[in-house]
Design a binder for this molecule. Structure first.
Ligand code: ADP
Ligand code: TRP
Length: 331
């Protein structure tokens, strides 16, 4: 186990799908096996767009239950709720003072809104609150508070991690060596799991298979996967089939070879292929789904895990704040 510190935040915004599970959750959980990891549910980051407290709280439980149910190693991982750590609000405020406004103007997510507003001929900052505008400073505070070395994120978050690096650099330049410079690790770009319509599975395309749907709903979704119109007798190309691509993510090499052969040989209709896929996913996820459902009906157990994590996180965070306060205020 090398001594690099991994940190990542998960925004509590929606129901995860099997693409998120294969592309993001599983790699994170694997990484947590042999690294000291800080992982938090980024409820503060949801605030600029979600104004319903109940909804944020519910999604926070869902994300935490999901990580625990999927086998996150809680020995190595400090799992906590972002808003439980008061030090993050403090560090955000301190970092504001070394962060150039121009850096925020260059954030992709802010720029996208400005462009849209410009096209619509309305004020460029229409719909932009300060939470959204300063989102990258809060994220830099998350990262720098816990001395993170490595930050695994999706492609869309890479710039934010680079900003955290820049902000650490501005601080170190003014106040002397204080923060480590974090490195982003970007999830694989290739190998996206396809969704029901064959495009990348994504919330934005409404083509997802939810991770923990009840069996009957899972089956219904899988039966909706779009296929070509080959008859059952005809041989089929597994590499062009969404059914096969999804199956591959859940099956063993032997099972994959067997299923591939059934496609190539012909004699298997798509209905049968979908049933095989359903049974594979349903059984692969059954235990995790049961654990998830258990936790969601015992949220006090989730609270206890998050509070234990918060206590550990606070110890590290308090040291960072003490260091920063001394450098910036001499106190
Ligand atoms: P969505 O496209 O549904 O909005 P997000 O952009 O929130 O998903 O992705 C969250 C994480 O899940 C990212 O790390 C992303 O790389 C991963 N991910 C999302 N969709 C897929 C997919 N279809 N296959 C593999 N990984 C995915
Ligand atoms: N902004 C990230 C997202 O939208 C979530 C996040 C918040 C995060 N703080 C972080 C990710 C710190 C990595 C490190 O997905």
């Amino acid at each position: 186990m090398d001594d690099k510190i991994i940190l990542t935040g998960i925004k509590p915004t929606g129901t995860p799908h099997i693409g998120n599970y294969i592309g993001a959750l599983l790699p994170l959980i694997k990484m947590s096996e042999n690294h000291k990891t800080f992982m938090f549910i980024a409820d503060l980051h949801a605030l600029n767009a979600m104004h319903d407290a109940k909804e944020i709280r519910q999604h926070t439980y869902e994300e935490a239950a999901l990580m625990i149910a999927c086998g996150l190693n809680l020995e190595n991982t400090v799992l906590f709720r972002q808003s439980d750590i008061d030090e993050v609000y403090k560090l955000t405020e301190f970092l504001m003072n070394v962060t150039p406004k121009g850096l925020m103007n260059r954030a992709h997510s802010y720029k996208a809104i400005v462009e849209k507003n410009t096209e619509a001929g309305i004020d460029i900052d229409s719909g932009v609150n300060m939470g959204l505008y300063t989102y990258p400073v809060l994220m830099a505070a998350d990262i720098l508070l816990y001395n993170s070395d490595i930050v695994p994120v999706g492609k869309d978050q890479k710039q934010h991690v680079e900003f955290a690096r820049d902000i650490a650099g501005y601080f170190n330049n003014i106040y002397g060596e204080t923060f480590k410079l974090p490195e982003p690790i970007i999830g694989e770009d290739t190998g996206y799991l396809p969704g029901l319509d064959g495009r990348k599975m994504s919330k934005s395309y409404d083509n997802t298979i939810p991770l923990f749907a009840p069996s009957n709903e899972l089956k219904k979704k899988i039966m909706r996967i779009i296929t070509d119109s080959k008859t059952p007798e005809e041989p089929k190309n597994p590499d062009e089939s969404t059914i096969f691509q999804i199956y591959k993510a859940f099956a063993t090499p032997d099972e994959i070879a067997g299923f591939r052969k059934m496609f190539l040989d012909g004699g298997m209709g798509y209905g049968t292929a979908k049933t095989i896929l359903f049974e594979k996913i349903d059984s692969a996820l059954a235990e995790k789904r049961a654990k998830y459902e258990y936790l969601m009906s015992h949220t006090d157990e989730i609270d206890a895990i998050l509070e234990a994590g918060a206590q550990k996180a606070r110890m590290v965070a308090a040291k960072t704040i003490a260091k920063v306060k001394k450098k910036m205020l001499g106190l």
